[in-house]
Ligand binder design. Structure first.
Ligand SMILES: CC(C)(COP(=O)(O)OP(=O)(O)OC[C@H]1O[C@@H](n2cnc3c(N)ncnc32)[C@H](O)[C@@H]1OP(=O)(O)O)[C@@H](O)C(=O)NCCC(=O)NCCS
Length: 143
């Protein structure tokens, strides 16, 4: 089940962050995000948070900032439900484009996003640190 992220979900979200090696926001980062214009969604399975997505909603576009699924729940459709829920929300708000950055070497995520209608628009040289790496910028147009 996909639902809005609540403050009480933050410890579980941080644990998934640690397990998956995504960009680390930490407790304060999510607290701040939830009190601003960001939207957080979690996927709950048997009372446990097993995946999450955080996106920044603006008038014209949405930017996916973080998305991760606990390793033992990957490849079960959880990420797909989270990204599709984000697309539905964007559609309901009349937003036409969803953007994101992903590490160039993260072929798993790139293939996941391609399956969901995203394509590469351009690259940002040495956008990431630890380790240094280019970012691939992907976009999905919402019909
Ligand atoms: C990327 C991620 C969110 C995908 O979530 P998920 O729940 O595993 O994805 P789904 O089960 O919904 O997969 C949907 C499709 O994505 C693609 N995909 C997912 N995992 C894949 C993998 N390991 N290799 C290749 N393609 C993959 C496939 O096309 C898959 O469809 P299929 O299973 O029918 O072949 C998850 O792997 C993850 O948390 N990765 C670590 C964190 C990360 O990289 N986040 C993105 C940062 S931008």
């Amino acid at each position: 089940m996909v639902r809005s992220m609540e403050l009480s979900d933050i410890p579980a979200v941080c644990e998934i962050e640690k397990q998956t090696g995504v960009c680390v926001w930490g407790v304060e980062g999510y607290r701040e995000a939830l009190s601003n214009e960001y939207v957080g969604l979690v996927y709950e399975k048997c009372g446990l948070v097993v995946g999450f997505i955080v996106a920044k909603f603006a008038l014209e576009e949405v930017e996916i900032l973080n998305l991760a699924v606990a390793p033992e729940w990957q490849r079960c459709g959880v990420g797909s439900q989270l990204v599709e829920a984000c697309k539905e929300l964007a559609k309901s708000k009349g937003v036409r484009e969803i953007w994101l950055d992903v590490r160039k070497s993260n072929l798993k995520a790139r293939s996941f996003y391609e399956k969901h209608g995203f394509s590469v628009v351009f690259e940002r040289r040495r956008f990431y640190r630890n380790p240094d790496e280019d970012a691939v910028v992907m976009m999905c147009r919402i019909e």
